[in-house]
Design a protein around this ligand. Structure first.
Ligand SMILES: [Zn+2]
Length: 236
């Protein structure tokens, strides 16, 4: 068995591990966990938005209350003035002003009640949202436990291949393994292909007899490559 044959075995082990990693990323348990986590995130965001809206309402209410107190002070002052006014025209003007302030105050009170109503509705919603978060967190924890079991099973399944991969790599020249690994990304993980008859298993194209002769004549220290896909080719 040549180094190239062993390199091809290393490739097969890596491809098997790649497939397992892909499967691991797409198992139902992971999708369920991701969905559960997204649901928790959505519920938390909804509560945060609710709290922000309530804070804003509280600010608006506080502003309104401060304005109301100012109106009261002003109205009180005017009422005080009223007691000292003797000219009817002046008294009427002050009265009009007081009436205006009173209607402004009433308007503010009505708005304040609306704000309190809205705030109360949001508080009720917050309770529901908090319950939703608790339920979502429990579901997420459950999904995480199920996923951990599934991952452990996949780890066990992959462990033999991981060991075999390590053995194969250890039995090859370090430079060759390094070269192979540096080439893998450019070939979506498959940097080594076997020649089956005259067909490259990497690109499924035929290699001509003349090209096969050329592959056989590649000097030691150089790597034979498929003329079509440039993968390292084994079995020429
Ligand atoms: Zn090829």
């Amino acid at each position: 068995m040549t180094d190239l044959d062993r390199l091809h075995d290393l490739q097969l082990a890596d491809s098997a591990l790649d497939q397992m990693a892909y499967r691991r990323a797409h198992i139902e348990e992971r999708l369920a966990f991701n969905a559960a986590r997204a649901a928790t995130g959505a519920a938390r965001s909804a509560l945060a938005a609710n709290v922000a809206r309530r804070d804003l309402l509280e600010q608006q209410y506080a502003t309104l209350e401060a304005a109301g107190l100012q109106i009261d002070t002003k109205a009180g002052r005017l009422e005080g003035q009223m007691r000292n006014v003797v000219v009817t025209r002046e008294a009427e003007a002050i009265q009009r002003e007081i009436a205006l302030l009173k209607s402004k105050r009433d308007e503010g009170d009505e708005t304040g009640l609306l704000l309190l109503d809205q705030s109360e509705a949001l508080s009720t919603e917050a309770v529901v949202l908090a319950e939703r978060i608790a339920a979502a967190e429990a579901a997420e924890a459950g999904a995480a436990a199920v996923l951990a079991l599934a991952d452990a099973a996949l780890d066990a399944e992959a462990s033999a291949t991981v060991v075999r991969r390590a053995e194969l790599a250890a039995g090859l020249p370090a430079d060759l393994v390094k070269e192979y690994e540096s080439r893998r990304p450019a070939f979506k993980g498959v940097a080594v292909a076997r020649l089956q008859g005259t067909r490259c298993t990497g690109c499924n194209l035929d290699v001509s007899r003349l090209e096969i002769e050329g592959l056989r004549a590649v000097p030691s220290g150089e790597l034979p490559e498929c003329p079509s896909c440039a993968r390292i080719i084994v079995g020429a």
